[in-house]
Design a protein around this ligand. Structure first.
Ligand code: FES
Ligand SMILES: [Fe+2]
Length: 440
């Protein structure tokens, strides 16, 4: 059902609650697509997916088709995936290698890897036409700005706006934390991402990533089943990865209320920094030695002991450094979203770490997981329940009156506080409201 909103972004978000139209309104969704996702920095690809010149990946970011291309000089450029002629996408497959030239399948216009228009069939027929004054004669259009951080490629669609470092601030440490789990500081995406389309608004997914009060009830049956099955095994049996990863879901409120969180400006956060369900993972001694040799003892210790439940780089990714997995979250429509679960290989790390990544993705994030379907059922239930009359507000009051400690730009709070979600909505309202700058 379409739902039009009389609200503006600033009236939808209050200090401790959010109006349901943020999840239901088509008009709000359109503004989000056009304005919010253009003004913010969003993840588009990992450099390891496109190692060679001419390698590309395609994606859809808030309704815009994008093309990420490895250049001859090894740099990475991001273009709109739109032929300058009549608008065909240059590539429709997810990834490939274009060779030395990007060529459109429709009328064979061709472009250099840097987007410059190279060849047009029957060029003489354009003589003295106005093509060269038209954007169609200028080659491919680049997105507003591209930044590559530890091989994670981000874009800002707007020509002008907040800089990359200012936007992400201290949240970038969590990309460092994941990359530094490799003794050579390198990550590689491996396997295909697991995709799931969920019939809910995308913001619900980001909220839930920071919600430590739901597992006790939402995942009760999965946690209890894992605990019961493991309890029946002989004591001498080594703990399988799947059990190591499932047992924390059987934890009670006493565990989750002890977790901490860090909240950064612009919607970013890290949940369970001091300890988490991942801090107990054991590592082989030769890996610990290699990491210490590469980074020094303090850094190596710091990397492994700080293993948040999730770190959110709003509004496109959530990373889990310890099991080396990442979720990419995309809006599809006001009530539909896509989640992709990716695995990383830490180059130079033992296979155990890769097994943990694969097992975690299958067990917790995939459509046939024994965890994700609990959440998905409830996200879809919320999307439907919000159509009810009588209460137009979603409560984010938990922990709202607690004093949080702020050091530099980082706010430290309890992991059960809904401050992490309130922070996302404050950022959302801010970037929704900003005027899209004129292209220069
Ligand atoms: S649309 Fe690409 S060459 Fe015509
Ligand atoms: Fe969950």
């Amino acid at each position: 059902m379409s739902h039009r909103s009389p609200h503006t972004p600033s009236t939808l978000v209050e200090a401790d609650r959010v109006h349901r139209d943020a999840y239901l309104s088509e008009a709000v969704f359109e503004q989000e697509q056009r304005r919010f996702f253009a003004a913010t920095w969003n993840f588009v690809a990992h450099a390891s997916q496109i190692p060679h010149p001419g390698d590309y990946v395609t994606l859809d970011l808030a309704g815009r088709p994008l093309l990420v291309v490895r250049q001859s000089d090894q740099s990475i450029q991001v273009f709109y995936n739109r032929c300058a002629h009549k608008g065909s996408k240059l590539y429709t497959n997810e990834r490939g290698n274009a060779g030395r030239v990007l060529q459109c399948a429709y009328h064979a216009w061709s472009y250099r890897l840097d987007g410059k228009l190279m060849g047009i069939p029957l060029r003489q027929e354009y003589a003295e036409s106005r093509l060269s004054e038209c954007p169609s004669g200028q080659g491919l259009t680049r997105v507003g700005a591209t930044s590559v951080y530890r091989d994670f490629v981000f874009v800002r669609l707007d020509e002008q706006g907040i800089g990359f470092e200012d936007y992400f601030g201290a949240s970038l440490q969590w990309l460092d934390n994941m990359a530094d789990r490799s003794p050579v500081g390198k990550l590689e995406v491996f396997g295909g991402g697991i995709r799931n389309v969920i019939r809910c608004n995308w913001k619900m997914y980001f909220e839930n990533i920071n919600d430590t009060v739901h597992p006790v009830s939402t995942h009760e049956s999965a946690g209890k089943a894992a605990k019961a099955i493991w309890g029946q095994q002989a004591e001498s049996m080594p703990m399988p990865i799947s059990v190591e990863q499932m047992l924390p879901f059987a934890s009670g409120y006493d565990f989750f209320t002890q977790l901490d969180a860090e909240v950064y400006p612009n919607g970013h956060s890290a949940l369970a920094v001091k300890f988490s369900t991942h801090t107990g993972y054991a590592y082989p001694q030769d890996y610990l030695d290699a990491l210490t040799q590469a980074h020094g003892e303090d850094r190596a210790q710091n990397v492994l002991s700080r293993a948040p439940q999730n770190s959110v780089l709003f509004p496109s990714i959530a990373v889990k450094g310890a099991p080396l997995v990442m979720r990419v979250i995309r809006p599809l429509s006001v009530d539909r979203m896509l989640i992709e679960a990716w695995c990383f290989r830490a180059v130079g790390a033992p296979d155990l770490l890769h097994e943990r990544a694969m097992t975690y993705n299958r067990l917790v994030f995939s459509p046939m997981s024994i965890v994700a379907h609990d959440d998905i059922h409830l996200f879809e239930s919320v999307q439907q329940g919000l159509m009810a009359d009588g209460n137009e507000w979603v409560s984010l009051h938990r922990g709202a009156t607690r004093q949080a400690e702020m050091v530099n730009d980082t706010t430290h709070c309890k992991g059960t506080s809904e401050l992490l979600m309130r922070n996302q909505f404050q950022a959302w309202a801010k970037f929704m409201a900003e005027e899209t700058p004129e292209a220069t």
